[in-house]
Ligand binder design. Structure first.
Ligand code: PNS
Length: 167
């Protein structure tokens, strides 16, 4: 808690299609620093997701079950509007490599322009996760490469199930 006893809520926004061990690492780190962290899945994104919103919620909830300060929700519209609704003062984003920087820098500054009271905090995942992205996980899995150790077991199971049903 902060000195005024106001819980410090952080939002960790993203597509999470699907959750990777890099995301898990950032959520773990955030949950140790903030009173609570809301994993906020962007709903109705333009790109067609592999997993439905509900499937993504289920997988993240499964990984963090029993962790009272990790919540999972979906959001629509502007991220800063959603953060204000949740009375969150912090947006958490993971930074894996220099290549992430430009996009993240633009988003952080645009969000600050829109809502100066909300701060973006960047966190680096453990080095073994710095090359992982949801996009690469989907590509490698589709092409029969191994993704063990790169995503939580529940995500691997769901990917397998999806492959079976789409055959
Ligand atoms: O996992 P992603 O795809 O990198 O996450 C991007 C996300 C969801 C954080 C971003 O697209 C977003 O915040 N979208 C909500 C709409 C919004 O607020 N746009 C202006 C951000 S500068």
């Amino acid at each position: 808690m902060t000195t005024a006893q106001t819980p410090r809520v952080a939002i960790y926004p993203g597509s999470f299609d699907p959750l990777t061990n890099g995301h898990v690492d950032i959520i773990e780190r955030g949950s140790r620093i903030f009173d609570s962290i809301v994993v906020a899945i962007l709903a109705n994104a333009e790109k067609a997701p592999l997993f439905s919103e509900q499937e993504r919620i289920d997988m993240i909830q499964d990984v963090f079950k029993g962790r009272a300060n990790v919540k999972v929700e979906t959001f629509n519209g502007l991220l800063v509007d959603y953060a204000q609704q949740k009375r969150a003062s912090v947006l958490v984003r993971g930074l894996r490599a220099v290549s992430d920087f430009e996009y993240e820098f633009q988003m952080a500054l645009m969000n600050r322009h829109l809502a100066p009271g909300i701060e973006t905090v960047f966190m680096m995942p453990a080095e073994q996760y710095t090359y992982i992205s949801s996009r690469l996980i989907k590509e490698v899995f589709t092409l029969n490469g191994t993704i063990s150790g790169l995503v939580p077991p529940v995500v691997e199971e769901r990917l397998r199930a999806k492959k079976k049903t789409s055959l």
